[in-house]
Write a new protein. Sequence first.
Length: 283
Amino acid sequence: MSKSDVLIWQVDAFTDEPFGGNPAAICVLPEYSSDDWMQQLASEMNLSETAFLVPLGDPSSYQLRWFTPNVEVDLCGHATLAAAHVLWEQGLVEEDATVRFQTRSGELACTRGEFGITLDFPASDCSPVDDAQLLSDLKLAMGIDHATVFESPFDLLMVVESREIVMELQPNFHLLNDIPTRGVIVTAEDDCDEVDFVSRFFAPRCGIDEDPVTGSAHCCLAPYWSKRLNARMLVGHQASRRGGMVRCEVVGDRVRLTGNAVTVFEGCLKISVPTVDEQRDTK
């Protein structure tokens, strides 16, 4: 691929305003480069996620992969929202089309509506953690004395007593890096009229000390709070420094997450993008 073929966008997701929400880099390729090259570009972008899209036969269908600065991940909400936003904004799919992404987590559909872009994601069940050593290490790393701890397929979920505990957290990231999980979600019920629960998300093992807004974490948060609050529709506030709002709807074994996105800049890669075969031949 030549040096001028590939555009890249930086998009703030789960926000109405630039410099809020969670930034993601979006790169649309005619075909995938090697895993090593994509990981290197994600490390260069140094955002919580860089998403790589490759078009499929259907004009509204794309393959989608997500990379943190350190690793490829199985599911990412904010970069999926950002990717769909770019496809519509750049006219790469029709305005009223449903965007369908083929991913490690199966097909993910994105639509546009009154409140923004809606992601149709798999719900993540969580079960109580009874490993005494893990609980002790986790509470020490997080600086939390009292919490109910659950485990989802991706993360650990700590439910604490108040919004203030969530807001005032100052984890020990050195200790947290030794906890065997993708990330740690800390959450509490919120007493604001327009918000049902508050959360923060920490993932130093993925190269992200604190993620600004984590769509995939809400695949676990929404079902948990839906059962506890007996509500199908919820609003979550991820209370990072940048912060963001996620509208959630629990529908059976799926979670619909809705938010907005803002493109901050568009650029062109000034380096060549090797194909998988080209990079293999150089080794």
